[in-house]
Design a protein around this ligand. Sequence first.
Ligand SMILES: [Zn+2]
Ligand SMILES: [Zn+2]
Length: 471
Amino acid sequence: MGSQRTFSPEIVMRGLFQFSSPRSPPAPQGAMWQMEEDDGFILVPRPGREQVEDPEQVPQYLPDIDDIIHGLEPSLWPLNTFIHYNPELGYKEHKAHDALTKFMESQAGWVVTRSAFGMETAWLAVYDSGRPGPTVSFNAEMGQNHPDALPGLGHACGHNLIAVASLAAGLASAKILRRHRLGGKVTIVGTPAEEGGGGKIKCLDAGAYRDVDVSIISHPGILNNSPMVRTTAFTHLNVAYHGRAAHAARSPWRGINALDAMVVAYNAISVLRQQTRPDDIIGLQITNGGNKPNVIHEHAGGVAVLRATSASRLRELQYRVEACFRAGAEATGATVDIEVVPGYLDHVPNSVLAAAFTKYWKALPGVPDPPLPLPGQFTWVKASTDQGNLSYALPSMNVSFAIPPGVNGGQPHSPDFEKASSTRGAFDRAMRVGKAMAGTAVDICATPGLLDQVREQWKRDMARQDGAPAV
Ligand SMILES: [Zn+2]
Ligand SMILES: [Zn+2]
């Protein structure tokens, strides 16, 4: 379908778009179900929808994408609801895995691998156009957040919406490639355990993105609509001090107090906090405070969780915090073991991908608040995702989208957000995101030179990040 002038009648009758023409001025704002005739079609605006005033602004493939995803909604809505009401923990997303792979196996042209990449609940679905071109990959999350956060909380991070948004985008992209004889491949990766389990890192290590040019995902919240999301990098340090036990009254001088070492380090880090950057976060816990008060403590230990705006900044922060831990050992004579548990890298957004997403998002009727960031601006989300690790391996887009909030305006990981992410309104937003993500993928395949621009931007961004991961 070459231009918006050849819209299929079904699309026009659904009234998502209305075109003005010299013969017929645009309908006044708020006109309800007003009909107008244009090029032989009866145009019926959907009530309450914003109308596209300039048909030239409608991206070429958007009407098709919109139509395809509208057709998928009756099967994606029950899938969304099934995942939401069957929450499963990281790496145990068996019901979601089975439901999603079964659905993908029913889609013509897709090759599905269950239990992919050495994980029972990871999966891969591939559509190959048979013609050379870019490979665009969508990640589908499935797991709920860990019950440590709040027992029995269920799908309070909205990962059901992430799954169906990516399915919608992947399926629509593939259909457009087929319909318009475009070259390229589309893959959908079922990625387990985003909530601290690092499923995408395991997928990455197992080669899931080896031949992939761009990775795309989304995440719901209530604050932002943005394709330019930066997240924090984080890492854990497990610290163990080893001293020498002694009787605290009879011969304390014979001992080496491991708890003292931990306390010195705790205080040193508290002092360090005065000179960290505003976005540096150091969380500290003493997990082993010794044995009994009448002994010199042989063992003590703690955990530090460090967050920073970038992997390179995290590296600097980690260096200084480790120095504080060593200072505790130096001051007391204890020995120290510092175990670094890799967390997630920050997500580095790609402005070329964001521009494509923005074009589609704005061309869809009824643009919701809040508005997308202006070109060149990014949205800072103080949370971490394993999509960050992918953004250091290949160009990535991690779209943040706002769903209608619950009655208490709860953020992700709250009971309020759990309810909010189950609603039809939230699903509709996820479908809108799916359409703009599909548009981005199709543009990459259909626009000569666009993938090169994406790669060049990624190389510039990586150079600014100062290279290699910190953890
Ligand atoms: Zn979460
Ligand atoms: Zn999440």
